[in-house]
Design a protein around this ligand. Structure first.
Ligand code: MLC
Ligand code: AMP
Length: 561
């Protein structure tokens, strides 16, 4: 619980704030750290630029309104839908300052899915920016939840410097409990509806500080942000890190190859004087950037490479496997060895190639500081540990001599690991071993010759990764089976150079029915996000099953596509 007691707070904060020291990694909660850099620019979006102080002051105002709308209660779930701009940060911080739990929504999700999140979290307040109010009014109506449309002026006013650091300090909550819940991010599993992953302020702080340290962030950095803001990659890695260290974020409204290249090359019309030093993306984005380069920038090969080599210090890939040819092509174009890392909504980042050592293509490196990993083999629900490896303050050690290749399911422990799935104790229990290791569902191999781990794939064929999004095949099947002409279906992830995997639907139709891919996508477009719509359709007479009545999806993919 947060208790707003300003005098206490001031004393406590002043006792350990490292004033002006902008490289120090702080243990203050994410938003509170802003008082350290109040005059520094935090963010650029399509409408302007904002200092940490501007954002903090607006958030503090909004936080008071939230508190009064929730009658002073704390720990309520507040769902918010903002575009990728400063309103997102203001709203998130305001939710935290008022002691609530933030649930970021995506404009990519149709109303039905947003409704599900509102119901599943038992949310007490919806917040949105004016451009999304129509959608959010529907959610508000169907779930009988109050909607707060933030002022049009929030973004405009954020650019005005009206507060001093002392004003800001006076607006912070005093009794900050690090184990309070901070954020719920939705993720799909192999069974049931999407689950809300609950992350505490402590989880977020550990995850953020780990990356700040491992990837050598400083307040001089400028990140180009082009990722969705309802997943761990776009939030913790690409937004909370710069906000926490006092670095700057250029936030694009959505990914665009042209825009990204213009910022990377310093040719962007409005921000040509702001050099990007950090970039993070999923492999699909690198693939799309390469495609654009081949068509438009090849003639300026030397300039492109020199620029990227001299101005950008870190380029990261993650959320899906980075194919070796993509790594090599990007190296040739940019001179950068992409730093590949592995993570998951439930755990944040777990494995990463080391910043200063070689970055081996196809490998995800070693545990990040504070993270322990285990390779495990499971028979009849009994886990047999094959290998354990931990990173304690930068020192990597194994539980035994690791001198041969070892493969198993990857289990993870560490301060970044989530608390629970919201309101789903049984689902939470199932994902942990009895001794507290989180089961990732990813197969992983330790290769002693490289002294690194690599990801071999998912244990379940029903989890698809497309464009970096995790998509449940079973959830798509449930939707498709509600189509009046579909009698049976199997949804598969099939290999694709650009998307990693593409979603393919194999369907059996009812007698005499006809369905085209376009019509099916059209029909399903208000039931699932665009990125989850099937992009391949095969109509078959029959879907083969084994003696247990189960579809062998690997076989089906081979025989059908
Ligand atoms: C979109 N399209 C797809 C598709 N998504 N086609 C096949 N498969 C998909 N998955 C199609 C659209 O229908 C459209 O077609 C065209 O591609 C362009 O659509 P778009 O929406 O404009 O695409 P774009 O903006 O280019 O999106 C690509 C992207 C996006 C890579 C930027 O997918 C993205 O932001 N991915 C990141 C997801 C992410 O953040 N994951 C992190 C999860 S956390 P048409 O015909 O209409 O033109 C996690 C943990 C960790 O994984 O380790 O990080
Ligand atoms: P999400 O549940 O959306 O957070 O996605 C997490 C999943 O993304 C992991 O369980 C992996 O399957 C996958 N993933 C993340 N990073 C990598 C990577 N570098 N290589 C392979 N798979 C990855």
């Amino acid at each position: 619980m947060f208790i707003l007691n300003r005098r206490n707070f001031l004393k406590r904060i002043l006792s350990y704030v490292p004033w002006k020291e902008t490289r120090t990694i702080s243990n203050l909660p994410l938003f509170a750290n802003a008082v350290n850099f109040s005059d520094r620019t935090a963010l650029y979006d399509g409408a302007g630029s904002y200092t940490f102080g501007n954002i903090f002051a607006r958030a503090a105002e909004l936080s008071s309104s939230i508190s009064s709308r929730l009658s002073g209660k704390t720990n309520e779930r507040v769902l918010f839908l903002c575009s990728n701009d400063v309103n997102y940060v203001i709203t998130l911080w305001a939710i935290w300052m008022s002691g609530q739990i933030a649930v970021p929504l995506s404009p990519l999700h149709p109303v039905k899915i947003l409704q599900y999140y509102a119901q599943d979290t038992g949310c007490k307040l919806l917040i949105t920016a004016p451009q999304h109010q129509e959608v959010m009014r529907k959610i508000s109506k169907t779930t009988s939840t109050n909607l707060y449309v933030i002022e049009e002026g929030l973004q405009k006013f954020a650019g005005l410097n009206t507060t001093t650091p002392e004003d800001l300090r006076g607006k912070l909550p005093s009794d900050f409990k690090e184990n309070s819940n901070a954020l719920i991010l939705y993720t799909s599993g192999t069974t049931g509806n999407p689950k809300g992953v609950v992350l505490s302020h402590k989880n977020l702080l550990v995850q953020t500080n780990t990356l700040l340290q491992a990837w050598k962030w400083s307040s001089e950095d400028v990140i180009l942000h082009t990722l969705p803001l309802h997943h761990v990659h776009g939030t913790v890695n690409a937004l909370f890190c710069p906000l926490q260290i006092g670095a700057r974020t250029i936030m694009l409204p959505k990914f665009s190859t042209e825009e990204v290249w213009s910022h990377l090359l310093g040719t962007n019309e409005t921000l040509s004087n702001v050099d990007v030093s950090v970039f993070m993306a999923v492999p699909t984005i690198y693939s799309k950037l390469i495609d654009y380069y081949e068509k438009n920038l090849k003639g300026k090969k030397e300039d492109v490479r020199n620029r990227l080599k001299s101005k950008v210090r870190l380029m990261v890939s993650g959320s899906a496997p980075l194919p070796v040819p993509l790594y090599e092509k990007w190296l040739e174009i940019s001179g950068h060895r992409l730093l590949e890392r592995y993570g998951m909504t439930e755990i944040g980042m777990a494995l990463s190639n080391e910043y200063d050592s070689d970055r081996a293509p196809g490998y995800v490196g070693v545990p990040l500081p504070g993270v322990s990993v285990r390779l495990s083999e499971t028979t009849n629900d009994i886990h047999n540990t094959l290998l354990e490896c931990k990173n304690e303050s930068g020192t990597i050690s194994f539980n035994k001599k690791a001198n041969k290749n070892t493969q198993g399911e990857l289990l993870v422990k560490g301060g970044g690991v989530f608390k629970e799935y919201f309101n789903k104790p049984e689902a939470t229990r199932k994902e942990f071993t009895e001794d507290g290791w989180f089961k990732t569902g990813d197969m992983c191999e330790y290769v002693p010759e490289k002294n690194k781990f690599r990801i071999l794939g998912r244990t379940s064929v029903d989890i698809i990764k497309s464009g970096g999004y995790k998509i449940s095949a079973l959830q798509i099947e449930t939707v498709l089976l509600a189509h009046p002409d579909i009698r049976e279906c199997a949804v598969l992830g099939i290999k694709d150079e650009v998307w990693g995997e593409k979603i393919a639907a194999v369907v059996v139709l009812r007698n005499g029915a006809e369905v085209s891919l376009d019509k099916l996508r059209d029909w399903a477009s208000d039931k699932m996000p665009k990125y989850a719509l099937p992009s391949e359709l095969k109509v078959v007479e029959d879907i083969p099953k084994n003696a247990m009545g189960k579809v062998n999806k690997k076989e089906l993919a081979k025989s059908t596509f």
